[in-house]
Structures are given as structure tokens and as C-alpha cells.
Design a protein around this ligand. Structure first.
Ligand SMILES: N[C@@H](CCC(=O)N[C@@H](CS)C(=O)NCC(=O)O)C(=O)O
Length: 223
């Protein structure tokens, strides 16, 4: 059995943060596919009783430890491996600041927007999509400004804040209906920098569930 198990599925940018970290640190890990869409696995009482009371992926199992919330998982894995760990109190606080901003306002809006556009059972209310798109544009502009003239979010080395921020940013532009990299040049350069790290993989190549409804992988090398 692998040292780490990660409950995840390919379309989840929240789970991608944890999967990417595991791969970048060279961990011995295996994904456990969660049937999020058709099966509604995370809404079932047994999932909430036995796996995660918050009804979410990702969930990381490491021996007797079970961790949820990608920010918590990233922090744990950084402490465990010594890799991508912010150095000193100032960097730790700065990293936490960007992880919270990301969870709430960057990928926290991109995830629901993409879900409503691609996977929701009924077409989304255009007013909701317009609201989300406005929030996304504002938040991505903030990240783009932060990354202008900087190599990474917190220091000149990548940290868990960068890994968190990649959440949904490598998914295909067609799934959003706009091209994040084209519209935000500093984000594009930083995404390429992250992609050059040893162990980087695209979410559809790293987690099972592609195409949707299968437990497959995309098996390609590019973004
Ligand atoms: N802040 C959480 C977000 C996790 C999350 O929302 N995961 C989605 C899948 S992409 C989920 O399981 N949603 C189920 C729900 O909200 O009911 C994290 O970063 O781990």
C-alpha cells in the first residue's frame, strides 16, 4: 500500500493542489477516485460520517492521520517533507494570507463558475455567472499584479502558496470560456515556471476521472 492516499477526482482543482504537492515532493501516493458527479459520493451520509464531515475532497490519509482542506494538507506535507515550506514567520504568514485569498476569491470563485458552466445538471442563471465572472476578473488581476516582477507569490522560491494558487489555472480555457493565461501575462509566466518543476503534471494526467464518468487519465504531457 502506498504511504499516502488522496481522495480526489480529475475535475477538482481543490484536490489538484494536494495531488500536485504529493507529486512534486516525490511522495509514494495513490489516488482514491471519488464519484463526485454521477454518484454524488460526497453528499452521501457514509462519506460525511466516515471520510469527511465537510462533504468535500481532497482528503489525505497518511497512516492514522486523515486531513482535509487543501491548505491544511499542503501545510502538513510541507512540514513532513521540508519542501515548498515558507521560511520563517514572515513567509509563513504571507503564505497563509495568499492561501486564504486563493481559497476564498481566486479558485474559490473559479471552481463554482466552471462547475456551473460544464457540470451542473441545469443551465446556470446568467446573473450568477456574471457576478462570479466579475469576482474572478478582479481577483485574477490582483494575482497578476502580485506576480508582475516576481518569480513566485511569497519568495524567490516556490512555496505551498504557489501550489495552492494553481488550483484551477491549468484546466482548458474552453471550460471557462476565457483564457486566463492570455489575459494575465504575469500569471502565464508564473504558470510556465510552476510547470517546469520536476514532478509537475496536468490535473487530467495526475488524478483519475477523465473523461468525466470514468476512472481514466488523459495521459498527455502538455497543459
Ligand atoms: N477549501 C476546500 C474546498 C474543497 C472543495 O470545495 N471541494 C469540492 C470539490 S472541487 C467539493 O468537494 N465540494 C463539495 C461540496 O461543496 O458540496 C479545499 O481547498 O480543500
Amino acid at each position: 500500500m502506498a504511504e499516502f492516499q488522496l481522495y480526489c477526482f480529475a475535475q477538482s482543482g481543490n484536490a489538484y493542489r494536494a495531488a500536485l504537492m504529493l507529486n512534486l515532493i516525490g511522495a509514494d501516493w495513490k489516488p482514491v477516485w471519488i464519484d463526485f458527479f454521477a454518484g454524488g459520493a460526497t453528499r452521501k451520509p457514509e462519506y460525511r460520517d466516515e471520510i469527511n464531515e465537510m462533504g468535500e475532497v481532497p482528503v489525505l490519509v497518511h497512516g492514522k492521520k486523515k486531513l482535509t482542506q487543501s491548505g491544511v494538507i499542503l501545510t502538513y506535507l510541507a512540514d513532513h517533507s521540508g519542501k515548498f515550506k515558507p521560511q520563517g514567520e514572515d513567509e509563513e504568514l504571507e503564505s497563509l494570507r495568499w492561501i486564504i485569498f486563493d481559497n476564498q476569491k481566486v479558485n474559490g470563485f473559479l471552481g463554482p463558475f466552471r462547475f456551473l458552466k460544464n457540470f451542473a445538471p441545469k443551465p446556470a442563471d446568467p446573473a450568477v455567472m456574471t457576478f462570479l465572472k466579475g469576482r474572478i476578473d478582479g481577483s485574477l488581476a490582483i494575482v497578476n499584479k502580485r506576480l508582475t516582477g516576481r518569480r513566485f507569490l511569497v519568495s524567490d522560491k516556490p512555496t505551498i502558496a504557489d501550489i495552492s494558487m494553481t488550483g484551477y489555472l491549468y484546466y482548458p480555457a474552453e471550460e471557462f470560456g476565457f483564457d486566463i493565461a492570455k489575459e494575465h501575462p504575469a500569471i502565464a509566466t508564473w504558470l510556465a515556471r510552476m510547470q517546469a518543476l520536476s514532478g509537475w503534471k496536468h490535473p487530467y494526467d495526475l488524478m483519475p476521472g477523465y473523461p468525466s464518468g470514468t476512472q481514466g487519465y488523459r495521459h498527455s504531457s502538455g497543459a
